[in-house]
Ligand binder design. Structure first.
Ligand code: C2E
Ligand code: MG
Ligand code: MG
Length: 756
């Protein structure tokens, strides 16, 4: 399809006016041309009429002159003059006029003898030639015209005979008259302009009267009707032109006012509406004068109103979405996304206007147990009640954010450590006072709160607040702590050992560098034969020639939640140790795994991979920190899976932490390792020792294989043996040693036994 550039209606109007004017000019030109033709025709006709009029006048004059000559020719007195010219001057000057033969004295007559001689001359007839002109035939009447010194004279000759029988020629008469005056006196000329009549004759030249008409020059009188016609026509055309031009200009102005401008304005308004900055001018605008445009304006206005309504409702929805997007669906507190945005803004504002700020981290105690034991629905209710209580406890402008799971946070501006602690205490009080009764949860529900504070003069360290609050939280969670800890004050020891310590850097380096985590192996003896049954792999970090023990780096791991990373590093190292084949076949290895790692797929898959060694080296997993198991079902499932891969499962450090008995019941455990604190009690001859002894016996009876940890003395070992505990581990029997030393010792023992 051919594309045409759009044309504005103003251009169309201008084009229309232009073509109107052009058409008018054409019509005017055509009219002028036609008028000219008509005028020419009229002039022609006029000229013809003038010519006819003049010819008739000439004819009349000639006839009259001929008649006069004829009459004179037959008059007796004329003959008489030629016979007896005595009173010829009288006859010539008086008689011809008085007798009426000639009408006026402007016509003169003279007579010539038959021989052509002028009869008698007088000074008055000096204009007549002295003899008959050469061309005059005496018998023939002849007429001609002569330029007599500027006067056009007409001559008419006539023969004079002696009788009527025309026998004898007596002479020749000659009439002379002043041609032009005589001609013009003839009549009232209607068509001929008298003043223009002339005869072009050279001085003394003559022409016969028959050629007269062709030599006469004249102008026709201008026709007044024609002039009037031309005037009327030109005035009409001019008036038409002026009128049309004025009409076109007025039309253009009106067209512009009523159509072009409103249309332009409407189009601007639509553009403004599209760009969203129209301030309802459609409603304010005066109604348009053109019905169709007014209809468009109204439609647009209605449309604009609809758009505004739509815009309003969209904005409302948008706000809703925005707040929903920032809200935690379960508890109604702010969600993680809101937290990220607000925390960034909070730090910025803090740096712009320094003031004391605090960061509070809340973590529900034993929530995962509650969730697991009483179901998610109750867990959700607990979280909601906690969130409500926390929101109520916070100041009006402080916001509570749910960071995930059972963890909440808030940041307080313009505060002091004391105020922050007071707020934390209020939080705990409100939660303690909250009603969880209808949930029928037996365990006490509470939150631990980690607080980090940064003073106004130190706001650039505000970025550290979440990490510090996390460490404070770790402190708050420690058994025997008050459940509220302020970073710095309550975590002084932790801050020294956990945050900036060489242990921290050693740990991070070890996690990033394979081989830095070193495994030491401590024998576990079977009783009562006291033979090494298997070895427990215990991790150390070799850092700058020094050996870091678990009690140095484990707190860092747990405060940084690096359990999984650490366990992965340990598994790698054990895999490497076994693969190095320095250990004799059949030697079992017990591996420590923190409870949190058991539900991590990467750890499980690594363990499954490690299970390939099970044939040469029976493997056992010691689950440490069982009190931190939250997803009981999940962990149980994974442990079952590991069971099927021939791992034995041991519960480590039995006798410490919270409710280990429950875990014992719920988890597929084969071995229970009695913690050193319990084992030491065995040697005591008191009720505690008795309880532990009875408990150990009972557990053995129900099928658990027991290991006594931390056996340091012979007394304890004997007690352990007497109780029928299957295994013992302790410095008394053997300390943890590096793989090379173990391998060397074993090789040595092997050599000794083979010799003996
Ligand atoms: P655990 O698993 O109960 O390991 C036994 C701890 O008791 C070891 O300390 C061991 O050296 C120590 N021990 C053994 N016999 C005696 C004794 O007669 N007297 C005393 N006082 N202590 C004795 P270690 O190696 O310092 O490990 C401490 C804890 O660190 C371990 O306790 C275990 O919970 C954790 N751990 C050690 N290695 C690893 C590891 O590779 N992975 C994980 N997740 N945890 C580990
Ligand atoms: Mg252990
Ligand atoms: Mg232990």
């Amino acid at each position: 399809m051919k594309w045409y550039a759009p044309v504005s209606i103003r251009q169309i109007a201008l084009g229309f006016i232009g073509s109107l004017l052009a058409m008018m000019i054409l019509i005017a030109g055509f009219a002028a041309y036609q008028t000219h033709n008509v005028t020419l025709g009229l002039e022609q006709a006029n000229h013809e009429a003038a010519r006819s009029e003049l010819a008739a006048a000439v004819e009349r004059l000639l006839r009259r002159t001929e008649n006069q000559a004829e009459k004179l020719s037959h008059w007796d007195e004329t003959r008489q003059q030629l016979v007896l010219p005595e009173y010829y001057p009288y006859w010539r000057d008086q008689r011809v006029y008085e007798s009426g033969m000639l009408p006026s004295r402007f016509i003169r007559t003279v007579l010539y003898t038959a021989s052509g001689k002028l009869l008698a001359s007088s000074p008055r007839e000096h204009r007549f030639p002295a003899g008959l002109p050469a061309g005059v035939v005496p018998h023939e009447p002849t007429s001609w015209l002569v330029n007599d010194d500027g006067t056009i004279a007409m001559y008419q000759s006539f023969p004079v005979y002696s009788d009527e029988g025309r026998q004898t020629l007596l002479g020749v008469g000659l009439l002379r008259l002043n041609f032009l005056p005589e001609l013009l006196r003839q009549a009232d000329f209607r068509f001929v302009n008298k003043d223009s009549v002339g005869l072009a004759l050279k001085a003394n030249a003559s022409i016969p009267a028959s050629q007269l008409l062709s030599q006469l020059s004249f102008n026709a009188r201008s026709n007044p009707d024609q002039f009037r016609f031309q005037t009327i026509l030109s005035r009409t055309l001019l008036a038409l032109f002026v009128l049309l031009t004025a009409a076109a200009l007025v039309g253009f102005f009106i067209y512009n006012r009523l159509l072009v401008r409103p249309l332009g304005w409407l189009s601007q308004e639509i553009d403004a509406m599209q760009q969203g900055h129209s301030s309802h001018p459609l409603s304010r605008a005066r109604p348009m004068r053109i019905t169709e445009l007014e209809n468009i304006r109204r439609s647009l206005y209605n449309y604009q109103l609809q758009l505004r309504d739509l815009h309003g409702s969209l904005e409302h929805q948008n706000r809703e979405f925005h707040s929903q997007a920032r809200q935690d669906a379960l508890t109604g507190s702010h969600n993680r996304r809101a937290y990220e945005e607000d925390w960034t803004r909070f730090r910025k504002e803090l740096k712009a206007a320094p003031q004391g700020a605090a960061y509070l981290l809340f973590d529900c105690d034993r929530f995962k147990t509650i969730n697991d034991t009483y179901g998610h629905a109750k867990g959700d209710r607990v979280l909601t009640i906690i969130a409500n209580a926390l929101t109520m406890a916070l100041r009006a402008n402080d916001r509570l954010y749910r960071l995930g799971g059972d963890e909440f946070a808030t940041f307080l501006s313009n505060t002091t450590p004391i105020q922050a602690k007071q707020i934390a205490q209020r939080c705990q009080s409100l939660i303690d006072a909250a009603h969880f009764d209808d949930l029928e949860i037996r365990e006490p529900i509470g939150v631990s709160i980690g607080i980090a504070f940064c003073p106004a003069e130190n706001v650039e360290q505000a970025d550290e607040l979440p990490k510090q609050a996390d460490i404070a939280m770790y402190t708050a969670k420690q058994p025997g702590r008050s459940r509220i800890a302020l970073f710095g004050e309550d975590t002084e020891r932790a801050s020294q050992t956990l945050v900036a310590s060489r242990e921290t850097s050693a740990l991070f380096q070890a996690l990033a560098t394979p081989g830095m985590v070193e495994m030491h192996y401590q024998p576990i003896f079977s009783l009562p034969g006291r033979k090494v049954d298997y070895y427990e792999a215990l991790a150390r970090i070799r850092h700058r020639g020094e050996l870091l023990m678990p009690d140095a780096f484990l707190p860092v791991i747990s405060s940084r939640r690096l359990e999984t990373e650490f366990d992965m590093a340990v598994l790698h190292q054990i895999d490497a140790d076994i693969s190095s084949q320095q250990l004799p076949p059949g030697m079992g290895i017990s591996i420590n795994i923190s409870a949190q790692s058991i539900s991590r797929p990467e750890v499980i898959s690594h363990l499954m991979e490690l299970s390939r060694h099970n044939v040469r080296h029976p493997l056992m997993l010691e689950i440490t920190e069982t009190s931190l198991i939250t997803q009981m079902n999940e962990v149980s499932t994974y442990l079952e899976l590991l069971h099927t891969a021939n791992f034995r499962i041991a519960m480590d450090d039995f006798g410490t932490g919270y409710s280990p008995l429950r875990y014992l019941v719920d988890l597929p455990v084969d071995v229970v390792k009695f913690d050193i604190s319990l084992v030491n009690k065995l040697a005591e001859d008191n009720r505690a020792g008795q309880v532990v002894a009875d408990f150990a016996r009972m557990m053995g009876e129900v099928g658990y294989s027991l290991v006594a940890e931390g056996v340091e003395t012979e007394v304890v070992l004997q007690k352990v043996e007497s109780l029928g505990i299957a295994h013992a581990q302790g410095f008394l029997l053997g300390r943890p040693v590096p793989l090379v030393i173990l391998a060397a010792t074993l090789a040595e023992q092997d050599a000794v036994s083979s010799v003996s």
